[in-house]
Every structure is written in structure tokens, then in C-alpha cells.
Design a protein around this ligand. Structure first.
Ligand code: GLN
Length: 199
């Protein structure tokens, strides 16, 4: 089977690793460039994007991840992970950088503070099996979707909360917390497809 990595610098790494394992994927934790080189896809977890950014530079991971993105490695980013995959971030902290890859502008902490966390049901036309139960925890909103990216899901008020572009998938919410498996399955399908293409 394909080997998938979870970027394990900070954030809800375990939840993603457990969900991937429950789907039959071999999930490994990735902290170093040599570990990234061993995986066929990467999950960037929720957490705090400014910390993930800082640690990724300290660990020499920023450039290798950017190269992997340019190379077409499938990636799934949730919440802080979406921020890391966005080309443009507003309300970032001073000097904060992202990996980029998704032609979108995201606004950090767009839904307010931790206590304003909420769950919502989302229609995701691309996914079979009914609406998605989504947990929002200080998540970002996608403020604009550029021509290269496409919207996967929006809140009833129209705010975009899931996008994809090529092999990249970015979500404002946390499917790994509500037991929603379909985004991870979508990601894993891409990982497997790409792996068989490269073989
Ligand atoms: N507010 C966090 C950030 O800016 C994201 C929160 C989350 O990942 N749950 O990175």
C-alpha cells in the first residue's frame, strides 16, 4: 500500500494518523526531509499555522515541502494545514509564511475565538453519502478562490470552507475530529493513483 505522512511538527497529528490507519493506510510521522522523501502523500494537520511555519523552517522542511507540492505530491491540509497550503494569508502574524500551492486567499481566525467553535452540516456535491458534519475551531475562511483553484464546499451563508487544486485539498474544518472519512479517502485515492502512475 501507499505510505502517507502526517507532518508532525505541531497540531492534531495523532487524530489524522489514527484516521488514516483506520482507512488501511500506512501512516508515518514526518519531521525531516529524509522522512518526507519516503512518503507518497502528506497530511498537514490543524494546530497553529504560525508555529507550524516556524518549525518547518527550523527543521528545514519549508523548501522540501514546496518542492513536493510543485512536484504534484497529494496533500490534505485541515484548518492550520489549509493556511499552510494557501498562496495568500491575511491576518497572519508578522513574518508568517505559508508553503503555498492553492490559488486562494485565506483569512486566519475568521470565525472568532476558540469559544466560538461550532459544528455545521455542509453539502459537498463532490462527495457521495450525504452532508458533511464539520467542526470549526478557530478556523480560516477562504476569502477568495483564484482561477486555478475550485470550491468544494461553502457554508449556507456562502463562505468558502473547502477548496482543491490538482492534488491539493484544503479544509477550514476538522474531519479528523468528527469521524468524517471521505476527505481522507479522496486524498488516499489520489495518493494511490499517483503512486501507480510513477511506478
Ligand atoms: N487559528 C489557527 C491558525 O491560525 C488554526 C486553528 C486550527 O487549526 N484549529 O493556524
Amino acid at each position: 500500500p501507499a505510505t502517507v505522512g502526517v507532518l508532525a511538527l505541531q497540531g492534531d497529528v495523532r487524530e489524522h494518523a489514527a484516521l488514516l490507519a483506520s482507512l488501511g493506510a500506512e501512516a508515518v510521522l514526518v519531521r525531516r526531509p529524509a522522512e518526507l522523501a519516503e512518503v507518497d502523500g502528506l497530511v498537514i494537520p490543524g494546530g497553529e499555522s504560525s508555529v507550524i511555519d516556524k518549525l518547518s523552517r527550523i527543521f528545514g522542511m519549508q523548501e522540501p515541502i514546496r518542492i513536493a507540492i510543485a512536484d504534484g505530491m497529494p496533500m490534505l491540509g485541515t484548518c492550520a494545514g489549509l493556511i499552510m497550503l494557501a498562496d495568500n494569508v491575511t491576518d497572519a502574524i508578522e513574518g508568517q509564511e505559508s508553503f503555498g500551492g492553492l490559488d486562494v486567499v485565506v483569512r486566519r481566525n475568521a470565525f472568532g475565538r476558540q469559544v466560538e467553535s461550532f459544528e455545521a452540516e455542509l453539502d459537498v456535491p463532490e462527495l457521495d453519502g450525504g452532508p458533511v458534519r464539520a467542526a470549526f475551531i478557530r478556523g480560516p475562511v477562504v476569502e477568495s478562490v483564484g482561477p486555478a483553484a475550485s470550491t468544494l464546499a461553502s457554508l449556507p451563508d456562502g463562505r468558502v470552507v473547502a477548496v482543491e487544486q490538482g492534488s491539493l485539498l484544503g479544509l477550514s474544518f476538522h474531519p479528523e475530529i468528527t469521524g468524517e472519512t471521505r476527505f481522507h479517502e479522496r486524498f488516499l485515492a489520489r495518493v494511490t493513483a499517483r503512486k501507480s502512475r510513477l511506478r
